[in-house]
Design a protein around this ligand. Sequence first.
Ligand SMILES: Nc1nc2c(ncn2[C@@H]2O[C@H](COP(=O)(O)OP(=O)(O)OP(=O)(O)O)[C@@H](O)[C@H]2O)c(=O)[nH]1
Ligand SMILES: [Mg+2]
Length: 260
Amino acid sequence: MELDMEQWLQQLQKWIHEVEEWVHQQPVEQLYAAFAVLLITFALFGFFRFLRRSKSNTIVLAGLTGSGKTVLYYQLRDGSPHQGTVTSMEPNDDTFVLHSELEKKGKLNPIHLVDVPGHSRLRPKLDEFLPHAAGVIFVVDSLDFLPNCRAATEYLYDILTKAIVVKRRIPILILCNKADKVTAHSKEFIKKQLEKEIDKLRTSRSAISTADLTSEFTLGVLGETFTFSHCRNKVAVAEASGLTGEISQVEQFVRELVKP
Ligand SMILES: Nc1nc2c(ncn2[C@@H]2O[C@H](COP(=O)(O)OP(=O)(O)OP(=O)(O)O)[C@@H](O)[C@H]2O)c(=O)[nH]1
Ligand SMILES: [Mg+2]
């Protein structure tokens, strides 16, 4: 046994010696180069770790006034819709761990949730938050959908064609809210109507001279009927009820973008 060990040590010393000799034979430049490559590799590793950690945790709620953004905001934060239901005049903005996750053990990554009021004068606030948004939840009222379809589409179209949204490929969730009511439209129906309406809007907007165009990017594939699958960023559709707290699909979307 001891002999084995001694033999093994001798062998090791021999190898070390061989390596030393080999290193001495190499030109100095080559050694420097190897060292530099090693250093750069470590630096890159560090950089990527830093990038992963500094990933955004901002989720933005947008949508027409009355669609239920503020109720959803409270439901996600406090697990209650907070009965007061007045039109928001200021964005709600807070960083917290989802209410449904409070019982979970361990330290969870908090999310930064922003509720941008739907009133047209307050919508420009959206541009403040989009540059660091990890995702956008576009809330649609599925009860009162048809009369507001055009207005909702215009708002959604504006978001989908913003340069920052397209370039950063910000994922969008179209959330069909108020699903607790039996008269609410299904998400499939709403998705189809929105696609149809965007298709119409696209044609009418591209007919306007380019100087008047407010949108920064064009949507979809030329000559084909528009579907959300044509968008460069991921567009998903889900159902929820902020009022009754059926918000699991929203939470899933949030947690896919802001890892716990
Ligand atoms: N039935 C039902 N009603 C809801 C639901 N969510 C919101 N509401 C009602 O819709 C109305 C508007 O809700 P808010 O959350 O204030 O709407 P908002 O999107 O924040 O509106 P703005 O602040 O004006 O942009 C309120 O009367 C809510 O009670 C829901 O899931 N189901
Ligand atoms: Mg509100």
